[in-house]
Design a protein around this ligand. Structure first.
Ligand SMILES: NC(=O)c1ccc[n+]([C@@H]2O[C@H](COP(=O)([O-])OP(=O)(O)OC[C@H]3O[C@@H](n4cnc5c(N)ncnc54)[C@H](O)[C@@H]3O)[C@@H](O)[C@H]2O)c1
Ligand SMILES: O=C(O)CC[C@@H](O)C(=O)O
Length: 400
């Protein structure tokens, strides 16, 4: 089976992939626009931030699995993958510590203006007077937006600095907040009203695009710090720029609108030159520790896929099918029994969405649950039950 790796990948893990019997083609220099042609007859594609467009899924007929060697899957056209029955998996949590370390580093850098300090000395300017102005973080309030893997690691580190941590996450209740050592805010807006530092850790989805809106940013206290290591599009960039330019907020971001996909390019993010803004080069996940953890997880996903046909961390299978009812058939575990049941269903023009067969001890009997588009007419059920030499029980249940 062929694997194309279209981004950087640690050397030792390339050997692990080869040891799985995979034919590995490592081409980190590939551009996103070349991917549709480059995938060729590969069955598996591994990418970091490289865009995987619908065209890839339309052209690459052998493609079965795309692994995002990272967390966010917004760079992959997951809907197009789903239409072609291609699995998309990611490596959740594996780079969380690295990103949390950067988020905290950026908050500290903003408070003490560390990059400007360094820059001034590089230019031969001693300015203890100007650089002695800082509020300090201890005892202040740190806001976490999105308490997933990175949000949780960031919250723990902010607490370690002696900060009071408040958080908003869509399913956060007071009990879970207490267990995580944070105070739950009922909305992003209310979180913004409470905090001195706002750190963004939400994935980019249609519901989160612009979630850190002008209203949320304006609700922050004057002089508050905003740190975005998630995705640029989650934050209203025009409002952030305006409020930073006005000196109302200070901001740091690891992610930028229209950032280049490769390692080196000419790029001037619109806010890069503002004195109250620090930008880094989308390096949140770029520590040796994180990259090795990601690569090991990628190897685990591929080992499971080639060994068992199972895809860990798959992000594009439905949790629940659109089925309206469930046909439950207990039957003798013999050749052709399920084919007979499915034939009866098919001849009624009903689509089977999902089929799961579990076998009783001693493998003499089994139970098959078939999720169906619609309720089969009574005569179909009678036809199935009529095969008394193989069917023990058959009934239809509505899916609640
Ligand atoms: N700067 C970097 O290098 C870097 C590295 C890794 C991840 N990231 C970004 O950080 C994001 C978060 O990563 P993570 O590992 O914490 O992911 P995660 O899946 O563990 O956490 C995401 C959080 O967002 C919440 N969420 C998901 N969909 C939502 C929605 N529609 N509305 C509101 N909340 C929603 C989830 O409940 C969860 O709490 C990634 O999606 C990625 O965009 C950036
Ligand atoms: O691979 C990278 O460098 C970035 C990864 C990061 O954005 C992620 O979502 O995991």
């Amino acid at each position: 089976m062929k694997v194309l790796i279209a981004d950087a990948f640690p050397k030792e893990r390339l050997a692990d992939l080869a040891a799985l019997g995979l034919q590995v083609d490592h081409r980190p220099e590939l551009k996103a626009q070349d991917l549709p042609a480059a995938v060729g007859d590969a069955s598996i594609l591994i990418v970091r931030s490289k865009q995987v467009t619908a065209q890839v899924f339309e052209q690459a007929e052998a493609l079965s699995l795309v692994v995002r060697a990272g967390a966010g899957t917004n760079t992959i056209d997951v809907a197009a993958a789903s239409r072609r029955g291609v699995y998309v998996a990611n490596c959740p949590g594996q780079n969380a510590i690295a990103v949390a370390e950067l988020a905290i580093g950026l908050a500290l850098a903003l408070d003490r203006r560390i990059p400007d300090n360094v820059q001034a000395l590089r230019e031969g300017r001693w300015d203890k007077k100007a650089f002695s102005v800082a509020r300090g973080l201890y005892g202040r309030t740190f806001g976490v937006l999105g308490l997933g893997a990175i949000g949780r690691e960031t919250a723990a580190r902010a607490a370690g600095l002696g900060m009071r941590v408040h958080a908003w996450s869509r399913s956060l209740d007071a009990e879970r907040a207490e267990a995580l050592g944070v105070v739950a805010a009922p909305s992003p807006l209310e979180l913004a009203r409470r905090v001195d530092v706002l750190s963004v850790h939400l994935p980019l989805k249609k519901e989160t695009r612009g979630l850190v809106s002008r209203e949320v940013l304006e609700a922050l206290r004057p002089g508050a710090l905003v740190v975005n290591t998630a995705r640029a599009e989650v934050v209203d960039q025009a409002a952030l720029e305006e409020l930073t330019r006005a000196g109302r907020l200070r901001a740091a971001a690891d992610v930028h609108p229209g950032e280049p996909e490769g390692g080196r390019a000419e790029f001037r993010p619109p806010m890069a030159e503002l004195p109250g803004f620090y930008g880094t080069h989308h390096i949140g996940a770029s520590t040796d520790q994180a990259q090795d953890a990601i690569a090991q997880e990628t190897v685990r996903i591929l080992a499971s896929f080639v060994g068992k046909g199972e895809v860990p961390n798959c992000v594009n299978v439905l949790d629940r099918t659109p089925a309206r009812c469930r046909l439950v058939v207990r039957h003798l575990d013999k050749v052709g029994v399920l084919a007979n049941v499915l034939t009866a269903v098919r001849e009624a023009g009903i689509n089977a969405q999902q089929v799961e067969n579990t076998v009783f001890q001693e493998a003499a009997a089994a139970c098959c649950v078939i999720e169906l588009d619609e309720r089969p007419p009574a005569e179909v059920l009678e036809r199935i039950r009529a095969r008394r030499d193989e069917i023990i029980f058959a009934e239809v249940f509505d899916v609640a």
